[in-house]
Design a protein around this ligand. Structure first.
Ligand SMILES: [Zn+2]
Length: 428
């Protein structure tokens, strides 16, 4: 089976940027460049995909998503989650282990991988738990998780509060060259907080989560990364302090990468004023000054990647009162336009924006993804950066609808998604 994508602008970050075509044979990238008329043989059947006016890029790689299966299938399944992922341009998804049971052993990892294969949409890379049951007490069998196919370890949703446990986790992870992903939050400081601590929380009379709850854990984890030499990946960074600490650590040569979520560079805690639980996430939406610092971090490379933290919840959960509703929003299907908005604002070039969604996350976790290099799986997105559309949660492929972006007019649309040479999503 041979496919030729032609007529578009090919952007393979750091490798190719210009008009050109992509040739796919047997699910792999065969060639990219200006003209492939020589490399196709007359005898083979050829499918031509017209990409005129579109950008042809590697499929996006998400380092932080919650697919909810096993255990919370009423929020999302691996099938609905990966359908949502490919509708958002994500062809590779790393899923967090806070399922039920927690992905702290090989059986759960294997179950996730087999479900993903059945679904046949995006590639799924499970993240194993750092500690058993993600309880923060006893290390999970990290070697077993690695052997079963986990690409990183994290207790996301919960921080590893005990510094000694975190140190040991990093020492083990280093032996397998696995990144350690920490949800940086000091639970004593966040306490019962349900939104950012500041002017808005005071006005609303809601308990707040101070920036320091994040900053102190980022600082601790950086110190432990320096001590152990392990690879640290900071999840969903949200504060000016975290950006500053990460920037300093990188300058010192500490092995750290960081991700930010689109909502944290798009919204401030002003969005919580109507007590809309769709603006409730953890870490919380911060202030305009934090958003500015985050954008600076994105622009100067302190923040390596953009990840969704796709966190589906059922309507009855998000309809609870603000302080009782769960944290989190769905993210796959709005990530691209929110990222592309950074190009309009001059924070990133189009190629850099695509890099933050493709080669940079792949590099952070050591995945052979996020590039159109010859011989790689043909995971490709066709994008229309100027197409305007309105976010309508009723049209989401995700099982859940919890988004603060309903009704937003956005720019930038995923037109077609290809995984392993097969079209798995087409915009209709
Ligand atoms: Zn988290």
């Amino acid at each position: 089976m041979t496919i030729l994508i032609q007529g578009g602008t090919v952007i393979d970050p750091g490798r190719y940027h210009g008009r050109g075509s992509v040739l796919i044979r047997d699910g792999k990238i065969q060639a990219i460049g200006e003209d492939h008329s020589d490399s196709t043989q007359d005898s083979e059947p050829l499918t031509v995909i017209d990409a005129t006016g579109l950008v042809v890029a590697p499929g996006f790689v998400d380092l932080h998503a919650h697919l909810r299966e096993p255990g919370f299938e009423y929020k999302e399944t691996i099938a609905t989650g990966t359908a949502s992922a490919v509708a958002g341009g994500f062809t590779s998804v790393c899923c967090m282990p806070n399922t039920s049971p927690v992905n702290d052993n090989q059986a759960v990892t294997e179950f996730i991988l087999s479900r993903a294969k059945q679904a046949g949409k995006a590639h799924v890379f499970p993240i194993g738990a750092i500690t058993k049951g993600s309880e923060g007490l006893e290390l999970a069998e990290i070697g077993d998780l690695f052997a079963a196919g986990c690409v990183a370890i994290s207790d996301d949703g919960r921080p590893v509060m005990n510094s000694q446990v975190m140190r040991r986790a990093m020492e083990y992870a280093k032996a397998f060259d696995l990144p350690v992903v920490d949800h940086c939050e000091c639970l004593h400081l966040s306490d019962s907080g349900c939104m950012n601590e500041g002017l808005v929380s005071t006005e609303l009379g809601m308990p707040g989560i101070p920036n320091a709850a994040e900053d102190v854990m980022v600082a601790r984890n950086l110190a432990l990364a320096e001590l152990t030499g392990a690879r640290l990946h900071i999840a969903h960074l949200s504060t000016a302090g975290s950006v500053r600490l990460t920037r300093q650590a990188k300058a010192q040569g500490i092995a750290v990468t960081a991700e930010v979520c689109p909502h944290h560079f798009t919204l401030t805690d002003d969005a919580t004023r109507g007590f809309d639980a769709n603006a409730k996430m953890n870490p919380p939406l911060r202030t305009a000054a934090d958003v500015e610092a985050v954008k600076e971090g994105i622009s100067d490379g302190t923040i390596d990647t953009i990840a969704t933290d796709h966190a589906p919840h059922a309507p009855q959960e998000k309809q609870l009162e603000f302080d009782k509703a769960p944290f989190g929003i769905v993210g796959f299907e709005t990530a691209f336009p929110l990222t592309i908005a950074l190009v309009e604002e001059g924070v990133l070039s189009l190629e850099q924006a695509i890099e933050k969604l493709t080669s940079a996350p792949a590099k952070a976790f050591g995945l052979k993804k996020g590039t159109l290099a010859v011989g790689q799986d043909a995971d490709i997105v066709l994008l229309d950066p100027s197409c305007q559309w309105e976010v309508d949660p009723d049209r989401f492929y995700s099982k859940s609808r919890n988004t603060p972006f309903a009704g937003w007019r956005v720019k930038g649309k995923v037109m077609k998604t290809i995984v392993g040479g097969a079209v798995v999503y087409e915009c209709t």
